[in-house]
Design a protein around this ligand. Structure first.
Ligand code: NA7
Length: 866
């Protein structure tokens, strides 16, 4: 292979000369690299070059949607409006290109068709539509998130005798609709911006709407003095705050729930958000608008009321009101007079759900109607039908990576990236604002700069360390895809058929495309990857390669956020307190937690404990008609903390979801009553409940035991004793993060010793209060040590990945299975010891809780364990 040309034509090929491409060219030039950009358009501008439709403007304020890398621009360029129009933004990008003489590195009117990685040379071979091939070491897709138009999928477009315009490919010459009959298809952002202007010209305008959108008034005008003053007071600080904000624009993050305030307070907050005239205001008015359907519904209804108030005809107003998805899960729009345009007598709305388009005809559009068909005649049709978002422009190029891997094929079930920046198998190929990065859910200017900086800094690092090739590992990529999906799963985004979900393009995989964790969190993660020696990357060159394999975000996103909040609160560790103080502290924390679902009835009572004294219990009865199966439940708290009501939300959830009566027992606690008081009480309570099942409204003939942590330890011991002592009949045991052994040296104790709430030190503190060292090997303290584990009731054992107790739960599951017990072991990925019981607070545990309830149904014969 000596004749292989190892010197590339250029160091870097950049695809696209929009916001991202221009900054890349500038950075590469500063780094002394030869970079060449290919741009399909005739000039710089990217999305702002193509989207010239009337009313096209940015919907992030221009003072935010602008470059921060050239601070002189703040003095050299003044925006004429809060939300600049497309021509003004295009002029701005042209100004920047001129100022930095960037056009000389761009080959215009040249599209990239293919890019092939050559493993022998470690170079990319980039094929352009002029027939040329250019080799480069680094290949950067700066192709934009919304640049490839979606096929409108409508029959007969070519037959239409009038003019057809696509908002995403608008002619460069003026288009004048004066006196014309115009049809607009689509009601996304492009349509919402253009319809009022088209209506002001056209003789007659008909809008064909498939799905209505939520739109807020832009209140466009001159830059608001307050906003200008805030920025001018400290430009550097403002830009830095934007970089570390959640959406790429500095703003206060609310800490309260929309459901925790009165109707008046809520409406006042929404009215303020409405008046603000920004895209982030409504979604950011409370902390749960995008994660809680009920909270979201209050904001959605507020906006619907505004639509009803703006539109004169009630039937048209209702058609314009979105009802089929939560607010913000399809791209929110900003408009100027959109809704009131429908009050104009020459503007009409056609609901495509009732009257779908059957075809475009030579004279207009035919829709299906009650009497067969209705024909609309037009001089012009505007297709505002959207884009193949986020992945379209990337897979439009034939990209072939290592070993002939085709990117398009790899992504057929959804994009696979590490950090939205690179993809395994495609060395030295970078994406700017790629899928699984915050991109379209942020101020793109900020996200673009972050990516460009990350890419350029990484290439600089490679050069400095004598390396030439970087590629993410598939482990890292799998982990990132998982993390991005985990984030989506705790939000409402998957509920909408949006382009965020790829749902607007027939046949496209339905997965969430942008990263939902926010700009600030995402930036922290990217920085951390670098700080941890490029975790998840293989970096190599002439002298071989080094792999630093691993996954960057392993804890579930909501759990991780909770841990960060707790760290900020710098709470004292429980094991630094007396048991009495630890109990009080723990109760105060529980009081601040969400309450869990409503159940049919909650009753408090007492039952006799092992020493004859009364033990308190709380009974949770389902709302369905009884009698119900019974579950005796033992709370967590290391045998020291907690009582019959301390796991209230979890008990409610299990009751509600399993249809069982849950009886939570306040067994005696250490250090006042040390081992074996707790399991003795557990056994006595279970026996008593079994004897009184019918009086309690339950089914007789057997009951299940359940518990969390030390409570699961008691449940496991009760199941063993019931087997050995002739009853009662235990139908199943649900053990959530059980303590099964007094050995604190297992790997999970080492890996998760600190940082996940239940620490090794706290567990040692619990054991010390509970049992003498020589008692800990007693099977009633450490049920894993029982000499016989056969003939125990079916078990569901849940272990959490980041829990010191993980491995002893794992060991118990294995030991029971080895003894022939029917065991269902669920390993809760990314969870910690305390996260699954956090009903209502931590959504990522919901799936596990459902499976636990399902197991309880299975124990009682009301269903099969999953
Ligand atoms: P969008 O937001 O994807 O809007 C496209 C619209 O076109 C939307 O209302 C679609 O309805 C509609 N559409 C698409 N195909 C059809 C067919 N075949 N028949 C009828 N209606 C159809 O694209 P935009 O250009 O408006 O905005 C894109 C982004 O650019 C915007 O969010 C900003 O970030 C900038 P659907 O909702 O799919 O039912």
């Amino acid at each position: 292979m000596n004749d292989v040309k190892r010197t590339p034509d250029v160091d870097v090929v950049v695809v696209g000369a929009g916001f991202a491409g221009l900054y890349l060219l500038h950075r590469f030039r500063e780094m002394g690299l030869a970079a060449l950009a290919f741009e399909r358009g005739g000039d710089v501008g990217g999305t702002w070059y193509w989207n010239r439709y009337p009313g096209a403007r940015c919907d992030v304020q221009s003072i935010d949607y602008s470059y921060s890398w050239d601070t002189e621009l703040d003095d050299q360029w003044e925006w004429s409006e809060r939300y600049a129009t497309q021509p003004e933004i295009l002029r701005y990008l042209g100004f920047v290109a001129d100022k930095h003489d960037l056009r000389r590195d761009v080959r215009f009117s040249t599209g990239v068709d293919g890019a092939v990685w050559n493993d022998d040379t470690s170079l990319w071979e980039v094929r352009t539509d002029d027939g040329a091939t250019t080799t480069c070491r680094y290949y950067v897709m700066a192709t934009g998130c919304l640049s490839v138009m979606k096929d409108p999928d409508l029959a007969g477009v070519a037959d239409f005798a009038g003019d057809v315009y696509y908002t995403g490919r608008w002619p460069h010459d003026d288009v004048d609709f004066t006196g014309k009959r115009v049809g607009v298809i689509g009601t996304g952002s492009s349509a919402i911006q253009s319809i009022p202007i088209i209506a002001s010209q056209a003789a007659d305008l008909t809008v064909f709407q498939r799905t209505p959108n939520f739109s807020l008034p832009a209140y466009n005008g001159p830059v608001r003095p307050d906003d200008a003053a805030q920025i001018n007071a400290d430009r550097t600080g403002y830009r830095e705050a934007a970089r570390w904000s959640s959406g790429g624009v500095p703003r206060e993050i609310p800490v309260d729930s929309a459901l925790a305030v009165s109707e008046d307070v809520r409406r006042a907050r929404y009215e303020g958000a409405w008046q603000e005239g920004t895209i982030f205001s409504m979604m950011g008015s409370f902390n749960d608008i995008m994660v809680n359907a009920e909270a979201n519904a209050t904001a959605a209804e507020f906006v619907r009321d505004k639509i009803r108030a703006a539109v004169d005809d009630p039937a048209t107003a209702e058609l314009l009101c979105p009802t089929t998805y939560p607010l913000g899960t399809k791209r929110l729009c900003l408009d100027t007079n959109y809704y009131t345009t429908f009050n104009e007598p020459h503007v009409h709305l056609v609901d495509l759900h009732a009257n779908p388009i059957s075809s475009i005809t030579p004279t207009g559009i035919d829709v299906v109607s009650d009497d067969g068909a209705t024909s609309y005649e037009f001089d012009a049709i505007v297709m505002a039908t959207g884009f193949d978002a986020m992945t379209g422009a990337i897979v439009a190029v034939d990209i072939e990576g290592r070993d002939g891997a085709e990117l398009r094929e790899r992504w057929v079930d959804g994009p696979r990236t590490y950090l939205g920046l690179m993809s395994a198998g495609f060395p030295n190929m970078f994406m700017v604002t790629g899928p699984q990065s915050p991109s379209v859910l942020s101020n793109m200017a900020v996200s673009i700069e972050q990516h460009v900086d990350w890419i350029c800094d990484t290439i600089e690092h490679l050069r400095a360390s004598g390396h030439t090739v970087i590629e993410p590992t598939s482990t890292a990529e799998d982990g990132w895809v998982q993390h991005a999906n985990d984030f989506a799963d705790i939000t409402l985004f998957p509920e909408a058929n949006s382009w965020y979900m790829g749902a607007n393009v027939p046949g496209k995989a339905r997965v969430v495309l942008p990263y939902l964790g926010g700009v600030d969190r995402y930036r922290r993660i990217c920085d951390e990857v670098v700080e941890r020696d490029f975790l998840g990357f293989e970096i190599g060159g002439a002298n071989g390669a080094e792999v630093n394999d691993g996954v960057i975000c392993r804890v579930q996103p909501d759990v991780s956020i909770m841990l960060e909040m707790m760290e900020e609160m710098a709470l004292p560790p429980l094991d630094s307190m007396s048991p009495v103080d630890a109990r009080a502290f723990s109760e105060a924390m529980s009081a601040a937690s969400p309450p869990g679902p409503e159940v049919g009835e909650v009753l408090d009572g007492t039952l006799p404990g092992a020493d004859g004294n009364d033990l308190a219990y709380r009974l949770y009865r389902p709302a369905t008609p009884g009698p119900h199966p019974i579950v005796v439940y033992f709370h967590g708290g290391g045998w020291v903390i907690g009582n019959a009501t301390s796991d209230d939300p979890l008990c409610r959830d299990l009751c509600d979801q399993s249809g069982s009566i849950i009886i939570s027992v306040d067994y005696r606690h250490a250090p006042e009553a040390r081992f074996p008081a707790a399991p003795d009480d557990g056994f006595a309570a279970t026996t008593w409940v079994a004897q009184h099942a019918e009086e309690l409204g339950g089914l007789s003939g057997g009951l299940a035991v359940a518990g969390w942590s030390a409570g699961a330890n008691i449940a496991a011991v009760v199941a063993q004793r019931a087997r050995d002592e002739g009853g009662p009949t235990i139908t199943g045991q649900l053990l959530l993060n059980p303590v099964t052994d007094g050995d604190l040296t297992r790997a999970s104790y080492v890996e998760n010793a600190d940082g996940y709430i239940l620490t090794r030190a706290l567990m040692a503190w619990f054991w010390d209060h509970y049992a003498d060292p020589d008692q800990r090997s007693d099977p009633q303290a450490s049920p894993l040590r029982a000499s016989n584990l056969a003939d125990l009731p079916p078990a569901m054992i849940v272990t959490s990945e980041f829990d010191p107790l993980r491995d002893e739960g794992e060991a118990y599951a294995q030991a029971l299975a080895a003894a022939g017990v029917d065991v269902h072991h669920l390993r809760a990925r990314g969870q910690i010891h305390t996260s699954i019981p956090a009903v209502g607070a931590l959504l990522s545990g919901a799936g596990t809780r459902s499976e636990m309830a399902q197991a309880l149904r299975g124990f009682s014969g009301a269903g099969v364990p999953a």
